[in-house]
Ligand binder design. Structure first.
Ligand code: SAM
Length: 295
């Protein structure tokens, strides 16, 4: 692997210490779009992969501890070939421990996939693309490995917390972060908006579509704080700043508790979907394409 960027070095270290925190946070919470309910935000992606006897190859890009691959493996679909790539050895070790041996796992960067061109039918990714440096190169690699007629689908961040608690958190977090959080940029800001994704996918992908995915959750303030400590920016605060943030946050959210002592919130996610164009001037993938190729 080439040398990691500063953000990648931090992410690798975080996932070495905190294996499986993403699936611990999301796997047990149902998710919903405006029209559909899902068992979880992972199921938003696995539901897109058809139950079929056709040979299909699915790549989970930045697969972490392999939770999504595990959902697909549990189908026992004989012709389903499952691949996972992640740059964290520790997450991949956890994936190896739970997934069937038939699932191929690779340690590597999404910017340089060690996979043949046009070899993947479904490229899925859960809560990872918005963290990646050089996302343009990642998009080129996604396009390269997808077959004609293949599909790309990713869950990425949309907002942070759902509801009023998001503003409350930002109000207490920003002044502490501005003094105590060492600067470190994660990913490309375009991966945070629909317009940005359209710009990134323009040309390489067609039929770009989005869905807002909400993951409602009603934690106690302590449960919410525990989940927040597993997020990258709070992890990067030193112990003193984290304590100050905890006190300020607990005070600020007290009035948001319902009679049951919980807070109505959740995580605001986005589903991004696209397909490689079936035909294009530079590299037409259809051997028998007869469409007019204008300059
Ligand atoms: C928030 S976790 C999500 C893990 C998994 N997809 C899930 O949802 O359970 C982000 C993952 O992205 C991986 N990652 C980040 N940047 C990467 C890159 N450039 N190439 C490969 N993996 C990367 C990290 O190692 C980490 O496992």
């Amino acid at each position: 692997m080439p040398p990691l960027t500063a953000a990648e070095t931090y992410l690798r270290d975080f996932h070495q210490r905190q294996v499986g925190v993403t699936s611990a946070a999301f796997a047990h919470l149902p998710a919903r779009s405006a029209s559909t309910s899902y068992a979880s935000s992972y199921a938003v992606l696995t539901d897109l992969v058809p139950v079929s006897n056709m040979p299909l190859t699915v790549l989970d890009l930045a697969c972490g501890d392999g939770h999504l691959l595990g959902l697909l493996a549990a189908r026992q679909q004989p012709q389903l070939q499952l691949l996972g790539v992640d740059m964290s050895q520790a997450e991949l070790a956890a994936a190896h421990a739970t997934l069937p041996l038939s699932v191929q796992l690779q340690c590597g960067r999404a910017q340089a996939l060690d996979l043949p061109s046009a070899s993947v039918d479904y490229l899925v990714s859960h809560m990872a693309l918005m963290l990646m440096d050089d996302i343009e190169q990642v998009v080129r690699e996604m396009r390269r490995v997808l077959r004609p007629g293949g599909q790309f689908a990713a869950i990425v961040g949309r907002t942070f917390l759902l509801g009023e608690v998001n503003d409350v958190f930002m109000r207490v977090f920003k002044p502490i972060a501005s003094n105590a959080l060492p600067p470190l940029r994660f990913g490309d800001r375009r991966a945070g908006s629909e317009a940005g994704w359209r710009e990134l996918l323009d040309g390489a992908f067609a039929q770009v579509a989005f869905d807002d995915i909400d993951v409602p959750w009603t934690p106690t303030p302590n449960e919410l704080w525990a989940a927040l400590t597993d997020t990258y920016d709070i992890d990067r605060l030193d112990a003193d700043a984290r304590q100050r943030l905890r006190r300020a946050f607990m005070d600020a959210v007290a009035h948001l508790q319902t009679g049951d002592g919980v807070i109505v919130t959740g995580w605001g996610l986005r589903l991004v979907r696209a397909q490689p164009p079936t035909c294009q001037l530079q590299a037409c993938w259809q051997a028998d394409c007869s469409a007019p190729h204008s300059a």
